[in-house]
Design a protein around this ligand. Structure first.
Ligand code: BTN
Length: 242
């Protein structure tokens, strides 16, 4: 695995984008000890002090643009499995689309960005994992691995060690996806999901509704059954359990 390690950067996703703009399409992982402008989904900040894992994978792709988002589910599985490997008794689960929860609170998030430069399409998968600290005032409650583990067993709380495990799992799921398509990913993702089937509240920029999450479709949308029996597909938005 090619790895670029930095002490401080604005955002590892931005570092990856700079490489792609200079015709370096990886595959490469970039990890920073801290980020000064870490970015989250939906234009949010990702507060990034030292001690947690901040990393981005950059790689070229020839998949049609409409399928690139499927890589976010590949990466979500990798993060989920890596965390489970580190803390096997942890109550982990994935919340749509790609957050890992531990004990019902968010421990890791993922920001996928795509682009095309020098006639080549590429993908950046940025992943943040709260290892030793987590923010307090977040729309969704957050936690860290340290809040659930007594000691740093075998370097479990070291960003470098966690990235090694995470990148290994990502490699496995990425090649399965590229060989066999989205269905095995969709299935594994549904098995790891915390709330399928289960009650959810979906918050969109201009509306909010409740229903029962019943499945994730082949297009990656969360399928929510409303009280009147109709199924609504959620392509973007924030999902809250219950
Ligand atoms: C989210 O859940 O909102 C996504 C968070 C993604 C954070 C990671 S940290 C590494 C990479 N660099 C960034 O600026 N963001 C992602």
């Amino acid at each position: 695995m090619r790895l670029i390690e930095l002490d401080t950067t604005e955002s590892t996703n931005d570092e990856a984008r700079r490489l792609a703009q200079n015709a370096d399409f990886g595959p490469v992982w970039i990890r920073a000890n801290q980020q000064t402008y870490g970015r989250g989904r939906r234009g949010r900040d990702w507060v990034s002090p030292k001690g947690n894992l901040y990393c981005s994978a950059l790689f070229a792709t020839d998949l049609p643009i409409g399928r690139l988002g499927q890589y976010s589910f590949v990466a979500a599985l990798a993060a989920y499995e890596a965390l489970l490997k580190i803390h096997p008794i942890g109550d982990f689960g994935i919340k749509w689309p790609n957050d890992t929860l531990l004990g019902g609170a968010k421990i890791s998030g993922l920001l996928l960005e795509t682009g095309k430069t020098h006639h080549q399409s590429w993908i950046i998968v940025g992943i943040g994992v709260n290892l030793v600290s987590h923010p307090e005032d977040t729309p969704y409650p957050a936690t860290s691995l340290a809040a659930h583990m007594d000691t740093d067993v075998d370097g479990a709380l070291k960003p470098k060690v966690v990235l090694q495990i995470l990148s290994g799992r990502f490699k496995v799921w990425k090649s399965k996806f590229e060989r066999e398509g989205f269905e095995p990913i969709r299935k594994a993702w549904c098995e790891a999901a915390v709330n399928i089937p289960g009650p959810v509240t979906v918050k969109l920029p201009d509306e909010e509704f409740e229903g029962t999450a019943i499945d994730m479709g082949h297009n990656g949308a969360l399928q929510v059954r409303l009280a009147n029996g109709t199924i609504r597909e959620v392509h973007a938005g924030d999902v809250y359990l219950g």
